[in-house]
Design a protein around this ligand. Structure first.
Ligand code: SF4
Length: 362
């Protein structure tokens, strides 16, 4: 179990004192994510809600993921797409991608996340790049890409084609766990992955999403390391907008057990702590979470949610993981409005410079 050396000495008085501050050290953050803070959950929730309201108003962004391929050369013990799993592999053809993009666009979405398994030797950068260009051509105002850790020149290609957000989860920051769960493939190189964030920034991305996968190791270690990673990145790249997401491990083909389940109360406390520590940072929530928990968190600290996620490419039935919130876009919009929140589909600020970039690089 995680031993940072301080967590067992944290008292309720420490938590109370931390809550009176506006800036947090590592040990302050540890106090906020520790179970000792449970008695102060309501205070944390109120503070987080007020910060979210101050910096994001009532607006909540909605995006949709599109899976391009479930082919992957990596073997990750927690993922249905692992190369060791005997499953039907499917990589969407460009024509299929275009049809999916058009149909998603017609549904009203303007923010899209393109996701793909990591294909052998990354020879498909051309394919991923063409998919990115198609999304821009169809008219999406924000195109986020989640294709694994890339070389700078590969990331630059995507950025120049109009992708505006680079998504790269570390999965786990704990080296022994990282080694255990990333059995083979390029992803088994922890440093290559962690440095992928900076390579994407060198490549020109101004928006970067990072996070860990809850359930692989002790959440306190992961959250504290993510906090330190963000602090380091923010001090070195002041002009980059960082956002986080902490997806929780769900059932997946080939996954035997979740060794460190991240329970609801701990999950909520961790996200509240991130809001208190980084008041202006977007926090994303995926459809792995239930309607109930997404509703609570959107009220308190989450700013962007995915909708209508299908975690497999095309009509392939094998999902990367199970989705919990299966509501339609219309149902999500109604429920946001009932909470007094405004669903937002488009980031106007980003659109014009990106279109300019795209036309310059055609
Ligand atoms: S987690 Fe990503 S890299 Fe690992 S097997 Fe799944 S798709 Fe491939």
């Amino acid at each position: 179990m995680f031993k940072y050396g301080l967590e067992e000495q944290i008292s309720k008085e420490d938590v109370e004192s931390v809550l009176s501050r506006e800036k947090f050290s590592q040990s302050d953050f540890l106090a906020l994510i520790s179970p000792q803070a449970n008695d102060y959950l309501e205070v944390m929730a109120q503070k987080a809600q007020s910060l979210t309201k101050r910096f994001f108003g009532q607006t909540r962004g909605i995006y949709i993921p599109l899976y391009l391929s479930n082919a992957c050369h990596n073997n990750c013990s927690y993922c249905g797409f692992s190369s060791s799993n005997i499953i039907r592999r499917k990589t969407l053809k460009l024509e299929e991608i275009k049809n999916e993009l058009l149909s998603i666009y017609k549904r009203g979405y303007r923010n899209i996340l393109l996701v793909s398994g990591e294909l052998k030797d990354f020879n498909n950068i051309d394919y991923l790049n063409r998919a990115t260009k198609l999304a821009v051509e169809v008219g999406f105002s924000s195109v986020a890409v989640e294709f694994g850790a890339l070389e700078s020149d590969q990331a630059r290609l995507l950025q120049e084609s109009g992708a505006d957000q680079f998504v790269l989860y570390q999965e786990t920051y704990h080296p022994p766990t990282y080694k255990d769960v990333h059995i083979s493939g390029q992803k088994s190189n922890l440093n290559y992955r962690i440095e992928g964030v900076e390579r994407s920034i060198e490549a020109g991305f101004k928006k970067v999403t990072l996070g860990f996968l809850g359930g692989l190791f002790d959440y306190r270690f992961e959250a504290l390391t993510l906090f330190s990673h963000l602090r380091y990145l923010k001090s070195n790249f002041w002009n980059i907008s960082f956002s986080i997401s902490i997806p929780r491990l769900q059932n997946a083909f080939g996954l035997e057990e979740i060794k460190y389940p991240l329970e609801d109360r701990d999950f909520v406390r961790v996200l509240l702590a991130f809001r208190l520590a980084f008041p202006q940072m977007p926090i994303l929530l995926s459809t792995r979470e239930s309607e109930t928990i997404r509703g609570h968190l959107l009220n308190l600290c989450a700013t962007n949610i995915s909708a209508e996620s299908k975690t497999s490419p095309g009509d392939n039935n094998l999902e990367q993981f199970s989705v919990t919130d299966n509501r339609s876009l219309e149902e999500i919009i109604i429920s946001l409005k009932e909470m007094g929140l405004n669903p937002c589909f488009k980031d106007w600020d980003e659109l014009l410079p990106r279109l300019h970039n795209y036309h310059q690089n055609r």
